[in-house]
Design a protein around this ligand. Structure first.
Ligand SMILES: NC(=O)c1ccc[n+]([C@@H]2O[C@H](COP(=O)([O-])OP(=O)(O)OC[C@H]3O[C@@H](n4cnc5c(N)ncnc54)[C@H](OP(=O)(O)O)[C@@H]3O)[C@@H](O)[C@H]2O)c1
Length: 498
């Protein structure tokens, strides 16, 4: 939206559907949060809040609710007044309880498609390249959307029926709620056991068909709903991993820290054993290029010149392997350790240790090695805890001093164990994308779309992944951006946990 308003100030009107805040309306939330954010704030300052208020309407809504939670008055006002809906709402956690994923990625998409039809708008839907599921190699963007499942054996395999899958999973969700004597619409905190069962259900439905997680499974179901909505004019835009800005609003800007941030922070923290496939391309695209691509597709969709699917990969023109990215991060971590050199006797000792840490080599681990290391580590922790426990008992019986020290060791061991488990959990979520599969996303449609623009529009909406110097991007935009813009609180929490 920031790119649209900044590069195309002549845009007539933008309607925004937003969930209200805890204590404020969507409108208040928009002007206090979004309009004040680094990408939008400069445009708001330049154009003036009042001038922008005249061309921006903010509606309280929730795509998971019927008619996206819009009032009758809002629907009347929007009918015939909106040419295009861009749906970028989504539940992006990889393994949420399945009903939560469904609310935004399935029911929500159904509601948005219905809204588009009702008010006479076209629909641009933001999905993800990873709807392809478990795979190895080139992922074509011409594969039909309806009836797709990752284990599909050719175009005459009609095993997967989206409507049946939806019916089946929704029935299972209902059963889980009924067995807990709860209503699905409850706003009370759910018992832990219920959440676990709903999470397990999502995992199981996804894995059964070959999707890597509940997120990609639910996003694929959403795509299939759109594709099978009669009479709807739509395009589906599939980014891969969206990361820090290349140029707009400025190099390195990023919000949230869900995808690469934990890995970057782990690398800077000194992680050396990487469960990644060294030769696999890492499909990352800067957020401003994704925004540009969305506007390019919007333009073609409005003119009726669109394709059904646009993948926004970078590896089919400008690949960088995971091995190279990890090596870059590792080198940067060593540099920083040296730069943060300390003084004084304790500092010199720490510098020595850090320097030694920095010299040790990083390694790429296979899935088996990951499991083996995890097992050995847990064994060592258990043995040490047992030894500490026995020593405590001896001290208790003999009355000798030293119990406090052993208590501290116990606490330290528990912390190490938790840290290792959490680190493993984070890595586990990434394994389908960095270890078990290898993806290159064919992105011919967006290249052709970009080439069809006039030269001035190409300047305003650069879709140029082939121009990215990945080394410069990873060191300056990514590491720099994550350190500066990923919520300091989130980083602190994450570091605390890891
Ligand atoms: N990040 C990536 O690497 C990536 C890659 C590929 C595709 N995508 C897709 O890009 C889109 C945006 O993702 P993101 O990374 O920007 O995620 P994000 O920061 O979590 O943003 C998702 C947005 O969706 C909104 N939303 C979720 N459920 C909603 C509902 N029921 N009604 C209204 N709004 C709802 C959220 O609203 P609140 O602010 O009210 O919570 C949030 O603003 C998603 O569709 C995602 O699948 C992202």
């Amino acid at each position: 939206m920031a790119l649209l308003l900044e590069r195309y100030p002549q845009v007539r009107h933008v309607h925004i559907l937003l969930r209200p805040g805890k204590d404020c309306s969507a409108e208040e939330r928009f002007w206090s949060e979004a309009a004040a954010s680094p990408p939008l704030e400069p445009t708001v300052s330049r154009a003036g809040k009042e001038a922008l208020r005249a061309k921006i309407s903010v509606w309280d809504g929730d795509i998971a609710a019927p008619q996206c939670g819009l009032s009758r008055r809002a629907l009347e006002r929007l009918t015939g007044a909106v040419n295009l809906i861009i749906n970028c709402a989504g539940k992006v956690d990889f393994l949420p309880p399945v009903d939560e994923a469904f609310r935004s990625n399935v029911d929500g998409v159904e509601n948005v498609a219905g809204l588009a039809q009702r008010i006479g708008a076209k629909l641009l839907h933001v999905s993800t390249c990873y709807v392809c599921g478990e795979a190895d190699g080139l992922i074509e963007e011409t594969e039909p959307v309806v009836g797709f499942y990752p284990q599909r054996r050719g175009l005459d395999d009609f095993t997967f029926r989206n409507d049946e899958e939806l019916r089946h999973t929704r029935a299972l969700i209902r059963q889980i709620y009924e067995s807990a004597n709860l209503d699905e619409s409850t706003t009370r905190p759910r018992p832990r056991d219920l959440t676990q069962r709903l999470t397990a259900l999502g995992k199981q439905r996804a894995a059964g068909w070959g999707w890597a997680n509940t997120y990609t499974y639910s996003k694929s179901l959403g795509e299939q709903i759109i594709s099978s909505t009669n009479g709807l004019e739509y395009s589906i835009v599939r980014p891969p991993i969206v990361e820090s800005a290349w140029r707009f609003p400025f190099p390195g800007w990023i919000e949230g820290g869900r995808t690469a941030a934990p890995m970057v922070l782990m690398a800077l923290d000194g992680l050396k054993d990487w469960p990644v496939r060294e030769d696999a391309p890492l499909e990352v695209v800067p957020v401003d290029m994704v925004a540009a691509a969305i506007l390019i597709v919007a333009h073609l969709l409005l003119r009726g010149l669109h394709e059904p699917v646009y993948q926004l990969g970078s590896a089919d023109t400008n690949p960088i392997t995971l091995g190279s990215v990890v090596a870059l991060l590792h080198k940067e971590a060593k540099k920083r350790a040296r730069r943060n050199g300390r003084t004084g006797p304790a500092g010199i000792l720490l510098n020595r240790l850090t320097a030694r840490r920095g010299r040790s080599r990083m390694r790429f681990l296979s899935a088996e090695q990951v499991e083996e290391r995890q097992r050995k580590f847990q064994q060592t922790i258990a043995r040490t805890e047992h030894w500490v426990g026995s020593m405590k008992e001896v001290l208790r019986r003999t009355g000798l001093p030293g119990r406090q020290l052993l208590d501290n060791w116990s606490a330290e061991l528990r912390k190490m164990d938790l840290q290792a488990r959490f680190r493993q959990q984070v890595l586990d979520q990434y394994l389908p994308f960095v270890l078990y599969n290898r993806y290159i996303f064919e992105s011919e449609n967006i290249r052709a779309a970009y080439a069809s623009l006039s030269e001035p529009d190409r300047q305003l909406l650069p879709w140029t992944p082939e121009k990215i110097d990945w080394k410069d991007y990873w060191v300056n935009n990514q590491i720099g951006g994550i350190e500066k813009w990923v919520q300091p609180q989130a980083v602190r929490d994450w570091k605390f946990k890891v």
